[in-house]
Design a protein around this ligand. Structure first.
Ligand SMILES: [Zn+2]
Length: 68
């Protein structure tokens, strides 16, 4: 198979706090290597939430014009 290339754009993915609806969730501890649980904390209200195998904020790439 030949190499294929395409332009992409960089996006930042954030998660808005479910509790206050304003703050961004930030990773507040290490990911558990077996369960994938990753603690996060809201920067504004301090609400804590655990995400599995993902952390916020994070950087990803998507094709130009693609929806996130
Ligand atoms: Zn909050």
């Amino acid at each position: 198979m030949p190499e294929i290339k395409r332009p992409v754009q960089t996006v930042e993915i954030n998660y808005v706090c479910d509790k206050c609806g304003h703050g961004m969730m930030h990773k507040s501890g290490e990911t558990n290597p077996t369960s994938g649980e990753t603690p996060h904390k809201c920067m504004i209200c301090g609400a804590e939430q655990v995400f599995k195998w993902v952390s916020y904020p994070r950087i990803d790439h998507i094709g130009i014009g693609e929806k996130i």
